[in-house]
Design a protein around this ligand. Structure first.
Ligand SMILES: NC(=O)c1ccc[n+]([C@@H]2O[C@H](COP(=O)([O-])OP(=O)(O)OC[C@H]3O[C@@H](n4cnc5c(N)ncnc54)[C@H](O)[C@@H]3O)[C@@H](O)[C@H]2O)c1
Length: 301
């Protein structure tokens, strides 16, 4: 994620320092930047000239001191572990200029807890990019208990400036907004599968050929507005009580994980995957996402 985020800032014209603990991790990151840029150039969302210039704006280093020296904004994307993040932020606080804004790309750890490792909670917030950053426009800017309004406003502005679609998460809640929505759907999908109501394939088709199309364009609340709130209220009246309110993932999921059927990376999860299938699915996904990105860019003009 760190390299993907670095690419986004660099393409927007910012001078970026990409820091990791080993040269080989940085090299891997730069390969990801190149692959992302190739895809954007291929889709005519970026010129080869601009891609080359962006690449030159990224300076890589394995020295944290050099990375933090004189920065205006730091975006952290180390492993999703609170103890590791707190240790990192303690160091950022000591090494970055006093006025620098510190942001975490955490997927859902508490911003307030991360900020407790620093003396500058006012200047610290969540800045959660979605994967892959060059294709997904959403950035969630999350306020911790101590984050100032000015810092949240600044990060919203910065995110817009680099071409993202930021949202403000006003309270530091687990999962922020995007993952709360995603996992609410996931919980119900697992419930439908566990109860034998439909197959995995049909559950996915119910989303991709149905509400998913509307959600991609309108979101759940505008979809309800267009459907009529009286209609949605009447359905909610009898349906909410039927939906899963499970507090734990179902046995079905725990069993798959126990048997190391971890999804595409293991060759099997809910479906089986050959390398060829996987390549095809990812190519298809990226092709559609690049198309969406083009539509969004046109809307912004
Ligand atoms: N992968 C995703 O889809 C995704 C999406 C959004 C947010 N995130 C969040 O982004 C963060 C990173 O996730 P990822 O999937 O890129 O993880 P990753 O494990 O692929 O990358 C983490 C990187 O941090 C580096 N690192 C670890 N300790 C370090 C240190 N002390 N100093 C410098 N670098 C250090 C590692 O070498 C590694 O290259 C996590 O907080 C994760 O929750 C991930």
């Amino acid at each position: 994620m760190g390299a993907g985020i670095a690419g986004e800032f660099a393409r927007a014209g910012c001078a970026v320092r990409l820091m990791d603990v080993k040269d080989k991790f940085i090299e891997r990151g730069m390969e990801l930047v190149d692959a992302a840029q190739e895809a954007l150039v291929g889709a005519r969302l970026l010129t080869a000239h601009k891609a080359k210039a962006a690449r030159k704006r990224i300076t890589a280093t394995t020295s944290l001191g050099a990375a933090c020296d004189g920065v205006q904004l730091l975006v952290e994307a180390v492993s999703e572990d609170l103890a590791v993040k707190k240790k990192m932020f303690r160091q950022f606080d000591a090494l970055c200029p006093g006025r620098a804004v510190l942001a975490s790309n955490t997927s859902g750890l508490s911003i307030t807890k991360i900020a407790s490792a620093t003396k500058r909670p006012k200047l610290l917030a969540g800045m959660h990019f979605w994967n892959p950053p060059h294709l997904i426009p959403l950035v969630e800017v999350t306020k911790g208990k101590g984050t100032s309004d000015a810092t949240a406003r600044l990060l919203m502005k910065v995110a817009r400036r680099i071409g993202k679609r930021p949202i403000l998460v006003k309270h530091d809640v687990p999962g922020f907004v995007g993952n709360r929505l995603q996992f609410a759907v996931m919980r119900e999908a697992l419930h439908i599968l566990s109860e034998g109501i439909a197959s995995a394939e049909d559950i996915d088709t119910a989303m991709t050929a149905g509400p998913g199309l509307r959600y991609g364009l309108l979101g759940p609340l505008r979809t309800a507005d267009l459907g009529g709130l009286d209609v949605f209220k009447a359905i909610s009246d009898y349906l909410f009580a039927e939906l899963s309110d499970a507090k734990k993932p179902p046995k079905l999921m725990a069993d798959l994980v126990k048997r190391r059927k971890l999804g595409a990376k293991a060759g099997e999860g809910f479906y089986k995957y050959s390398r060829r299938d996987l390549k095809q699915i990812v190519n298809q996904r990226d092709h559609v996402l690049l198309g969406f990105l083009k539509v969004l860019r046109q809307q912004e003009r």
